[in-house]
Design a protein around this ligand. Structure first.
Ligand SMILES: [Zn+2]
Length: 326
């Protein structure tokens, strides 16, 4: 059973959809075409990685565009065999004159809802606060996310350049508001930053999940601390190799996480940029990563426990897993 707990809408845009949206926005096609602009060619760093994700930014600034790509992202997840997906995106990136973050969040919720009805899989939306965004903007995003908590928003996240903007203190009051409103809390941390950044987002923001958390594997004490606090790590294997957060799948921190008994959940981060979807990620962890099939299968129950879904959906997902295990 496949559950996708970490994937970015901006990294799920079909190249053929990008070409059509570009025409509508009057954006010229990148040299070599959209597929080439999205696809990362080899191992680099987070900055290079994010430049490929950003290729989709100029064509997502309308309700119709966001609704369409959200719909298609869920459709593609269903075609990949995923039973549940949490789709995250940064509304602040796509807001512009006459199109605000609330409308952006609403559009993605609408696209996801429509796709859930067509595909029958379950899905939720996570609003990303970006590390470089001004305080006023991240406050606006949080307020809108809370207002839309009954319309499809299931959580909030912090994303962006961790090395340039390591401080998270200003997000603490917003995380308290989101928690009080019943939203799930996660944050990208210790992906490019040190292990201590992973502990910090738990202590200061109260997250129950950490995005990537790769460098937590460098520090046995923090590894054990994360286990004791029952915080799940959202592992995106191929993305971590492409950003050099992990040297290879064989030496990926997921080995340290599973040996230490941490709760591991999977995501495919930006499938149109990495060229790898969740189903293939799970197979690669066995084939190239050397994890046992039983270990990888175990990520499903950890994902159901850590998902930002309703109790009703959690029970339904448990029932699907139980029927598959029979
Ligand atoms: Zn991510």
């Amino acid at each position: 059973m496949l559950l996708n707990l970490h994937t970015h809408l901006e990294g799920c845009v079909r190249p053929e959809t990008a070409a059509e949206l570009a025409q509508e926005f009057g954006v010229s096609a990148p040299e070599g075409g959209w597929e080439n602009a999205f696809l990362i060619k080899g191992i680099g760093n987070l900055t290079v990685f994010l430049s490929h994700v950003a290729a989709a930014y100029p064509i997502l600034g309308s309700a119709a565009a966001l609704r369409r790509v959200a719909f298609e992202a869920v459709e593609d997840a269903a075609a990949d065999g995923q039973s549940y997906i949490e789709l995250r995106f940064g509304p602040g990136t796509h807001a512009r004159e006459g199109f605000d973050v609330h409308q952006a969040l609403e559009a993605v919720c609408a696209g996801v809802k429509a796709a859930v009805e067509t595909t029958g899989i379950r899905a939720g939306v996570i609003a990303c606060l970006l590390r470089h965004e001004p305080q006023e903007l991240v406050e606006e995003i949080t307020r809108s996310a809370i207002a839309l908590s009954r319309s499809g928003i299931v959580g909030i996240d912090i994303a962006g350049d961790e090395l340039l903007y390591p401080s998270i203190e200003r997000f603490a009051p917003l995380y308290r508001l989101a928690k009080d409103a019943g939203l799930g809390l996660t944050a990208h941390a210790a992906e490019a930053g040190p292990a201590s950044a992973g502990r910090e987002v738990v202590e200061r923001l109260g997250v129950t999940r950490i995005g990537h958390g790769s460098h937590i594997a460098d520090d046995p004490e923090i590894l054990e601390w994360v286990r004791q606090h029952n915080v799940a790590i959202e592992v995106c294997p191929t993305s971590n190799v492409l950003t050099s957060a992990a040297a290879s799948l064989a030496t990926h921190p997921v080995h340290a996480f599973t040996s230490a008994g941490l709760s591991v959940v999977l995501g495919d981060d930006n499938p149109e940029n990495t060229g790898v979807r969740l189903q293939e990620e799970s197979m690669l962890l066995v084939r190239e990563g050397g994890l046992s099939q039983a270990t990888v299968n175990g990520f499903a129950s950890a994902s159901i426990a850590a998902a930002f879904c309703s109790d009703l959906d959690r029970s339904a997902l448990k029932a699907i897993l139980a029927s598959e295990e029979k």
